[in-house]
Design a protein around this ligand. Sequence first.
Ligand SMILES: [Zn+2]
Ligand SMILES: [Zn+2]
Length: 343
Amino acid sequence: MRALQMVRYKSDPELVDVAQPEPGPGQVVIKVGGAGACHSDIHILYETAGEGDTPWRLPFTLGHEAAGWVHAVGSGVRGLEVGRAVAVHGAWGCGACSRCRAGVENYCEHPVPQGGLGIDGGMAEYLLVPEARHLVPLPDGLDPAAAAPLTDAGLTPYHAIRRSWPKLGPTATAVVVGVGGLGHMAVQILKATTAARVVAVDTKEEARDLARSLGADHVVAPGETAAKEIRGITDGRGADAVFDFVGSDATLQLGVATSRPLGDLTIVGIAGGSYPLGFFSVPYEVSIQSVYWGSRSELVELLDLAARGLVRPEVTIFPLEKAPEAYRALHDGTLSGRAVVVP
Ligand SMILES: [Zn+2]
Ligand SMILES: [Zn+2]
């Protein structure tokens, strides 16, 4: 079968022929219906230093955001009939540690490689899922190509926003910084699950227009006056929650400058920026956190929201043969919403 693989460090991914996987005991092979191209793949492909910087063995198939149909099940797998539409919860944990037992596999204490992140992922005709528990049946009304981006571009902001729900009542303001693959979902998730007013920040006018069309109450261009503008929108109080989908020095600075005391500043983007943390550098009792992906139960909730039409990923479809173009467009910042590769 065809697969898009990371073959070497600091290089473009390559389309190659590989053997079709067979499920072992407890495993499931899905026929891929869609696999999303994520910004973290760009980081993996071009920004990791090389051998020794990661625990991976190259080559492996990219794609940590996938959905499809059950194609074959291994012995011992129950409740997943062939042909069933499923989403893959991609944060594969060991399944045995206390975090995994509590359902928080995204913070597994004995991390194992995840599909598309060190072992074969979904940018291929078929995907081997090593444990049946990683699959979530799709509710009626959701097809795999539309569901694929929900498993990361949707789930990651859903998790980030969900943990700030208690702070996002009717008088609150939430700020979304960066309206890309994840940020455009964040705007919708905030509107669907909270009563807060939503302010979206992006350098690109098209992205700000997209945010507005998805329900953002205000859009702001970054720059010298952005923090003042956002403070103005909140009657000078500042934002109760800032979700930073960029994570650069500049966006962290903006996040701190617009945070209200007792607020949340959540770093989702992996630009690797920093901000000096100290008694005098941030408003009182602002909680600052980074987040990684989300749990399977959160994915179930998000799929339900999507099946009811309350959130919808903006997708640009690429056939598998054109997957390298999807990554080029993602790298060049010319995509609107999420690139989904359909084999
Ligand atoms: Zn990702
Ligand atoms: Zn674990």
